[in-house]
Write a new protein. Sequence first.
Length: 214
Amino acid sequence: MNPKRIILVRHGQSEGNVDKRKYENVPDFALNLTEEGINQALNAGKEIKEIIGQESVHVYLSPFYRTRQTYAQIAKNIEAHVIKVFEDPRIREQDWGHFRHLEVGEEIDKERDKYGTFYYRIPDGESCADVYDRVSTFLDTLYRDFAKQNYPDNTLIVTHGMTLRLFLMRWFHWTVEEFDNLQNPKNCQVVIMQKDNNNRYNLISNLAKRDRNT
């Protein structure tokens, strides 16, 4: 049974979002939420509760610390409605390699913008195209789960900005140019895909477009 909604959430503000130097000595997966990120996640949980009411939820979760911490705060408002929580490494953050000095990361950013965000493969890491491929296999899991009897009313996916955008690209068959024209969602932005009468999902949330002048 296809759920009424697929709800996607980017993690709350992390240590790496406010201090890029953290990437020099803390593994990306181990970055924690800030106090602001915790508050963002708690508010996202309240927003999701208003959306789902008394309906049931199946949760898919990136295993990174910041996504698990985000869900822990969201769960304070929806825990009674959650049927299952499943961690899936395929919806983790784009792999940026290992420890990097800030200046090296800034040079990679510049080169990626010049080459093209979707195709550029980060040294020792992934391109967006690589993430797109693993998100595609994750969708196979979703489709199999949707086919199960008594699948919950809602799907909640707690993931990362780039991964979330690539999920939407894969689902809605966006072109590379359409993908590249959009910004990542903000921390703890709630993005909703709503099922219509034809059993198709419509994106009813807005993602900001990139400012090509900056």
